[in-house]
Design a protein around this ligand. Structure first.
Ligand code: JEE
Length: 261
């Protein structure tokens, strides 16, 4: 797969893309990742990438022409099934299904704006889609593009070693993760759920499923609607809800408990 990222701040993204799983995937030849400085596609003495908005008002808007030139160059350099995505607060929410779709492409081009955003003709004529990371305001598309690259590259076959399998990602199973613990068994007086030390793998599997259901119910109940739930899951959910009504483990805010003790 080839990924091209267009930005006025190449240094901002080069570090993160040169480390971890993404760098390993680059070294393994799984992804050919290129960062382009938008200013290289300007033609004026000042290498201008922004201008005042038509219609007036505060702030600056990224000019369209440098993006057109950048895309012309990138298109000449490679071929194949391509998506051009513009990162934008107006975009459709980026999610795991989008990452899956991107990971099956031969080419992905990510366009990053700054300031108040990018001249709309880029979205109209160059971008296949506009994507957003979520309902919070960033200062530009770069950090969002980094997240898109990470989410996409880790899904490329061979990108994850023994650090885990993308197939067992709990998001794709529709539930949040269960809590994780590692050595030592006691940290600052805090122990580990005894079942995890019991060696009873059936009980451990049931505990993990229950805690995944509990976390999802408490934090992201919206996910339960589309999660694949077995009859045993639904029974566990009813138990968790009953526990909560009786003031059980999930009912008490754990941080509040610490603060008050
Ligand atoms: C691309 C410029 C900055 C900030 C004004 C914001 C008013 C643009 N999840 C995400 N959040 N933000 C972005 C993102 C931000 C960007 C650019 C992506 C290019 N900016 C910028 C503020 C505003 N509006 C929304 O409410 C109304 C516009 C992003 C992603 N992906």
């Amino acid at each position: 797969m080839r990924i091209d990222l267009v930005t006025i701040f190449p240094r901002m993204v080069e570090g993160p893309l040169s480390d971890g799983i993404v760098q390993r995937a680059r070294e393994a030849g799984l992804v050919d990742l290129r960062v382009h400085d938008l200013r290289d596609f300007t033609d004026d003495r000042h290498r201008s990438v922004d201008d005042a908005p038509f219609g007036g008002g505060p702030g600056m808007v990224m000019k369209a022409e440098p993006f057109f030139r950048a895309l012309e160059t990138i298109a000449r350099e490679s071929a194949g099934a391509e998506v051009v995505a513009l990162l934008s607060p107006r975009g459709r929410p980026f999610d795991q299904a989008t990452a899956r779709r991107y990971s099956r492409l031969a080419r992905l081009v990510l366009l990053c704006g700054r300031y108040e955003g990018v001249d709309e003709r880029v979205a109209e004529a160059l971008a296949d889609e506009e994507v957003s990371l979520g309902d919070f305001v960033l200062t530009g598309g770069e950090t969002a593009a980094l997240a898109v690259v990470e989410a996409t590259v880790r899904l490329l076959p061979g990108a994850l070693g023994d650090e885990g399998s993308a197939e067992t990602d709990s998001f794709e199973g529709g539930l949040l993760d269960w809590p994780h613990y590692t050595r030592p068994a006691v940290v600052r007086g805090r122990g580990v759920p005894p079942v995890l030390l019991s060696g009873d793998h059936g009980e451990i599997r049931r505990w993990r499923r229950r805690e995944a259901l509990r976390a999802t119910l408490e934090r992201r109940p919206d996910l339960l609607a589309s999660a694949r739930l077995a009859a045993e899951d639904r029974a566990m959910l009813r138990e968790i809800e009953d526990e909560a009504r009786e003031g059980g483990p999930g009912a008490l805010d754990k941080k509040a408990a610490v603060l008050h003790k």
